[in-house]
Ligand binder design. Structure first.
Ligand code: TYD
Length: 232
């Protein structure tokens, strides 16, 4: 049976609790016989991981930050995401472009129109997703810009996220921002959900871990991408 590639991203402010659920989903898809590419942004390739270290560690202005993040994304799309989708795999990506609109756009106040232009350039398909048989490995509707089929958005009040993060580890350049920054980022995610409602699934991340997991599974089962009996 040939499978279409599935591209799924996970978003939310720092502290929203994405990581364990992404790993559980990888297991669920693997139990269902799918090959999973588990990856993250910024990062996912050798070059992009170097750029990630700069973005998270070094002070820079918002344009430099945005350009480095999109440079990392281009390398990631070309080398990892598009090839995995062509092979029919499930790509689970911890953050993607919605994070740039939320963090660099809403959080840092950087020009959303510039981000939208970079998004079109960097995620342009331009044959990346055509295979020699002429089949397109993704569902219709994304021929021109490569973007996720589904975005799981972990929605959590910024005050609660700050409590969860406090003392958890040494914060990076974003995690050390004041709660006001995360209020803007959360607003940025809401705006992105509004403009891309068809691919966003909002999960209330303030609920217990089990409840959050059950709600995530429900989304995948309703889409027919996982069967209830396949879930470990
Ligand atoms: P993340 O991988 O969630 O961090 P963690 O190591 O805590 O799991 O994300 C790294 C940080 O990068 C996070 O604070 C958000 C930020 N970020 C942006 O500012 N813009 C982006 O486009 C992306 C993808 C991440």
């Amino acid at each position: 049976m040939t499978h279409h590639g599935l591209f799924i991203s996970f978003e939310g402010i720092d502290g929203a609790g994405k990581s364990t659920h992404i790993n559980s989903l990888a297991h669920a898809f693997q139990s269902a016989g799918r090959i999973v590419t588990l990856t993250r942004e910024p990062g996912g390739t050798l070059l992009a991981e170097k750029l990630r270290a700069m973005v998270l560690g070094d002070a820079m202005d918002p344009l430099t930050e945005s350009l480095l993040i999109f440079a990392a994304r281009r390398d990631h799309v070309v080398r990892v995401i598009a090839p995995a989708l062509l092979r029919g795999e499930v790509v689970l990506c911890d953050r993607f472009t919605d994070a740039t609109f939320a963090y660099q756009g809403a959080g840092r106040g950087f020009d959303l129109k510039v981000l939208a232009t970079l998004e079109r350039w960097v995620q342009a398909d331009h044959g990346l997703l055509s295979d020699p048989s002429g089949n397109h490995p993704m569902a219709p509707g994304i021929e021109t810009v490569i973007e996720p089929h589904l975005t799981i958005w972990f929605d959590l009040p910024p005050e609660e996220a700050a409590l969860r993060l406090a003392g958890a580890r040494v914060p990076d350049r974003f995690e050390s921002q004041p709660v006001d920054f995360f209020r803007r980022v959360a607003h940025g995610y809401r705006e992105r959900q509004r403009s891309h409602a068809e691919r966003f699934a909002r999960i209330d991340a303030s609920r217990s871990r089990d409840h959050v997991w059950a709600n995530i599974l429900k989304v995948f089962i309703e889409k027919g991408w996982l069967q209830a009996q396949e879930v470990p």
